[in-house]
Write a protein that binds this ligand. Structure first.
Ligand code: TEU
Ligand code: CA
Length: 540
């Protein structure tokens, strides 16, 4: 199998709006991203994935794009963007752009044209349907942001499809001209020297709305092969698809090198473990470590040579894993480091979401007025109307809401965590005087340095990138596995709980690679793991 740079690096996701404000308007921007490149270089990452920076009315914080080839004024200019790419390049950091092509903004010129009438040349760039026989919605498709996925257009008497907000009309991928325009746009970005694309809800582009098929439609892979050929196919770029429903079998369809589609996908099977079966993400149940273990082991072993994993705990849509399944109070440092070690030692490309490397936590709200996220706000009103209590809804928001990850990055102990000198667009978590990047950099035992070390180890030890994975049989709340490569063996041991847990290292120990407690290397047979303890041993 051919080796690629994107298998060896660690990727860092920036959510530009919340990363660093450089001009005192309360909104993160490209200037702020440039300021912090040295920090990212120090961490050691090899690529950044930028959430959208394109022109957008911001109904869904930039995932509603009105111009793919202009930068949002609040973020800066195209010149600054090109400067950011060049400055990142000097530090060996590639820039992966968010490609949001399942839908555009309703303020995109294509949609403005399309609305002009049924015979407008852009009409078919989007998905339109007549009312049903009784004059109602064309069918039962629902928006991910609550309510029906169809919005009525008075002028033409037809509905248009929006699987997300009504300001995010779905593109019609059956239209070849539209596809060609997207490919041409991608090529102009590639020509700017970017490192690749993260493809937003790419599993939806093969939809057949009239049959209520959204994910994994019949032509999905045909479109991706066409895109690959027309755009990034001849460049060694990182392409990662966001695919909520992927199984290992499906993931291979995207990432089998022989199929010429994508480098890898984000799969979300582990992410849904604390969601009630049949419920929505807001319907909670406890996560079982035994299930997490089973799912990780499945993905680690089933892709084989026909695919490549992406590894992540966090992104801008998810609550912070440290608060979610770790312990962000009594064991903040231990559990954050354990999560890092467990993830980065697996096979695949690890992704870090901004603030994860300093152990940032969720930010609970007490009133819906504090929410900024459209998904959260729409769900709140929908569930209130359905009779849920406000307390119940707020509890779900605090557990799962997307704003948890979107609070400003905490840089130092000055007001607003040093993110901005103005009032930030969303309030900073009040723990910033303690949890911030400056404090982390000053403390040699901080979470930051565990991440830095894991990234450095990855560069020095091919076993971390290429080694095979073998699960170790353990008690329920311990996750342990070997990585095995060219005669070398590493044993990874992690306690995924607040309690001591039994474990026995029966191999002969050669060396301690990394750990989150300062444990002496003695006999580790029949030991008791401390809460959230994690270590990696080279064994013989
Ligand atoms: O997210 C896809 C998606 O399905 C989300 O609605 C996700 O299900 C939800 O946030 C988790 O509950 C992508 C982007 O990552 C997200 O930020 C966008 O809002 C969405 O697409 C629409 O572009
Ligand atoms: Ca700004």
């Amino acid at each position: 199998m051919k080796k690629h740079w994107w298998q060896e690096v660690v990727v860092y996701q920036i959510y530009p709006r919340s990363f660093k404000d450089s001009n005192g308007d309360g909104i993160g921007d490209i200037g702020g991203m440039i300021e912090k490149l040295d920090y990212l270089e120090k961490l050691g990452i090899g690529a950044v994935w930028l959430s959208p920076v394109y022109r957008s009315p911001n109904d869904d914080n930039g995932y509603d794009i009105s111009d793919y080839e202009a930068i949002l004024d609040e973020f800066g200019t195209m010149e600054e963007m090109e400067h950011f790419i060049a400055e990142a390049d000097k530090r060996n950091i590639k820039v992966v752009m968010d490609l949001v092509v399942n839908h555009t903004s309703d303020e995109h010129p294509w949609f403005i044209e399309a609305k002009k009438g049924k015979d407008n040349p852009y009409r078919d760039y989007y998905v339109w349907a007549d009312p049903s026989a009784d004059g109602g919605l064309p069918n039962g498709l629902r928006s991910a942001f609550s309510g029906p996925a169809w919005e009525f257009d008075e002028a033409s008497g037809q509905y248009y499809l929006h699987l997300f907000s009504k300001k995010q009309p779905d593109l019609n991928w059956q239209n070849k001209k539209m596809r060609e325009e997207i490919y041409a746009m991608m090529n102009r970005w590639i020509a700017k020297g970017i490192g690749g694309f993260r493809m937003d809800v790419i599993d939806l582009i093969g939809k057949i709305p009239e049959e209520e098929i959204t994910g994994n439609g019949p032509q999905l892979h045909e479109f991706l092969q066409e895109m690959n050929q027309a755009t990034f196919g001849n460049h060694d770029l990182l392409t990662v698809g966001e695919t909520w429903g992927a199984t290992p079998e499906i993931a291979k369809l995207y990432s089998d090198p022989e199929r010429n589609e994508l480098s890898m996908v984000f799969q979300f099977e582990h992410i849904s473990l604390d969601q009630k079966p049949g419920g929505e993400k807001w319907d909670l149940q406890p996560m079982k470590v035994s299930e997490l273990k089973r799912i990780f082991a499945k993905w680690q072993t089933e892709l084989g040579l026909d695919g490549w994993n992406s590894l992540f705990w966090n992104n801008h849509d998810l609550p912070r894993m440290l608060s979610r399944w770790g312990n962000d109070q009594d064991y903040r440092s231990e559990s954050a480091k354990m999560l890092a070690i467990l993830l980065h030692m697996m096979k695949g490309t690890p992704y870090i979401y901004q603030g994860e490397e300093i152990g940032m936590t969720n930010t609970p709200i007490t009133s819906i007025a504090e929410a900024r996220d459209i998904e959260t706000i729409n769900m709140y009103h929908e569930r209130l109307a359905k009779g849920y209590s406000e307390a119940e809804i707020l509890a779900a928001i605090n557990a799962k809401g997307r704003d948890n990850a979107r609070r400003p990055m905490q840089w130092n102990a000055s007001p607003h965590g040093g993110f901005t000198t103005a009032t930030p667009w969303i309030g900073v978590n009040e723990n910033y005087p303690v949890i911030n990047a400056e404090a982390a950099l000053e403390d040699p035992h901080s979470i930051f340095y565990t991440y830095q070390k894991l990234i450095r180890l990855r560069k020095e030890h091919p076993i971390m990138v290429w080694g095979d994975f073998e699960l170790v049989d353990t008690v329920e709340e311990v996750i342990s596995y070997y990585r095995i490569h060219e005669g070398e063996r590493w044993l990874v041991v992690t306690n995924f709980s607040d309690k001591e847990q039994p474990f026995s290292v029966d191999d002969e120990i050669a060396e301690m690679i990394v750990q989150n407690y300062e444990m002496e290397l003695t006999d580790l047979k029949d030991m008791q793991l401390k809460p959230w303890q994690a270590f990696v041993l080279k064994v013989k």
